[in-house]
Design a protein around this ligand. Structure first.
Ligand code: ZN
Ligand code: ZN
Length: 408
């Protein structure tokens, strides 16, 4: 596992570069119970960094699994008022929010997908305000990760020391070995921003994705779209980084202008189930057909969630030379796998990925081609032979990616 010293470095990174905790600010941490010991150290570090109060929301996925298996579905899927109020409180208090994502990729294997979908849908509706607020940067938030045994066993099934192995790899992705990880991240984010700025100057009309696997997709970009890196500015004008690690730059696809077919490059873990070897076809932005060799029911429930899950809400570029891609590990966890591969997202787009987006009305966003949904699920399409070409309104074509890597 991490040494205490490494964890301290890790947590000060998440507190400084991630949520950018301010003196006197309240912090809320969402943590799996498996990570209890380490999460307590995060709490201590946060106090040392000046938090006024730290609250931890413990999540027990084993109990969640039992609930999904046995609970009365009406009772289980109902989202009680106090849970909604709790989120409202967090928004009112302008807390900093850290979510530790360390799910067992198979935790809901064997659970009826319909029950999972009913609960996800009701949660999506109940927590709409919270989702919109976080996606609009109304509070500073960060998703990070800690290794757990169940997850490590899935990543390293043949290892005698899976937890140790996963820890070493996560440590690499966090750049914890550098002398000053906070500085290393500042430099890294600067590089990502530079690339995003270059693409912003091009103002592409659409992107063409092609590879030997069978992806042949023309993804229109929203009008006034903005390329961003994970470092963003919150509504209070303070910078934060929503994911650590992060290697992507991303923007807003046009909800009504995506055509062609895509094949996934890496498996997708959604709702504790693995979806793999899948293909999705689009016409005028909408899914017209899909198939999956593994996890078809889970994919079907996802795409059929609402109107918006038939359309895309994110286009992200990640080169095969990204440090996470170079590890050549399948994490079965989107936080890592999306940073090893170009990806797209089904569902809601970040309003911040269009100019002035967080101040626009729903109708104005739709006009620009910004998708809306109760879901936002990333999935990976970047292979080592992927080519990406940006096409401008004038017809000018600029190659962005050749053989899975930037050429700009
Ligand atoms: Zn992304
Ligand atoms: Zn995403």
């Amino acid at each position: 596992m991490f040494t205490k010293n490494q964890l301290k470095k890790y947590f000060s990174l998440v507190l400084k570069i991630g949520v950018n905790l301010q003196k006197g600010q309240e912090l809320v941490v969402f943590s799996p119970v498996e990570c209890a010991d380490t999460t307590r150290l995060l709490v201590e570090t946060a106090y040392k960094e000046g938090a006024s109060l730290v609250r931890v929301k413990w999540e027990d996925e084993q109990v969640n699994r039992l609930n999904y298996l046995y609970a009365d579905i009406d009772a289980l899927s109902e989202v009680p008022e106090f849970m909604v109020k709790e989120k409202d409180y967090m928004l009112d208090k302008k807390v900093a929010y850290i979510a530790i994502d360390a799910e067992d990729p198979n935790i809901y294997k064997g659970v009826d997908e319909k029950r999972l979908a009913i609960c996800a849908k009701k949660r999506g509706i109940a927590f709409k305000k919270w989702r919109e607020a976080t996606m609009n940067n109304e509070i500073r938030w960060c998703v990070c990760s800690l290794p757990t045994l169940a997850w490590a066993k899935q990543v390293f099934p043949n290892s005698k020391t899976p937890l140790k192995d996963l820890t070493v790899k996560i440590k690499e992705t966090m750049r914890l070995d550098s002398k000053n990880p906070v500085k290393a991240w500042e430099q890294h984010l600067k590089r990502l921003n530079k690339r995003a700025n270059f693409l912003n100057k091009q103002n592409f009309e659409y992107l063409e994705f092609k590879n030997a696997l069978g992806t042949d997709l023309r993804a229109g970009l929203a009008k006034d779209h903005l390329w961003l890196a994970a470092e963003e500015t919150a509504k209070d004008n303070i910078k934060f980084t929503a994911n650590i690690p992060t290697e992507e730059i991303f923007t807003c696809p046009h909800a009504f202008k995506v055509d062609g077919v895509l094949k996934n490059a890496l498996p997708l873990v959604h709702q504790g189930n693995i979806i793999d070897n899948f293909s999705i076809t689009f016409k005028d932005g909408k899914v017209t057909d899909f198939s999956a060799e593994k996890g078809y029911e889970t994919l079907k429930e996802l795409i059929e969630t609402d109107e918006g899950t038939y359309r895309l809400g994110e286009v992200a570029l990640v080169p095969k030379s990204s440090p996470i891609a170079k590890q050549k590990i399948l994490y079965f966890n989107t936080l890592f796998d999306e940073n090893a591969s170009c990806h797209l997202a089904i569902g809601k787009a970040y309003p911040t990925t269009v100019k002035n987006g967080s101040n626009l009305s729903k109708e104005e966003l739709v006009k620009l081609g910004v998708n809306d949904s109760t879901e936002h699920v990333d999935f990976m399409i970047g292979t080592s032979d992927l080519s990406v070409v940006g096409v401008k309104k004038s017809g000018e074509r600029i190659t962005i990616f050749t053989d899975g890597d930037f050429v700009i």
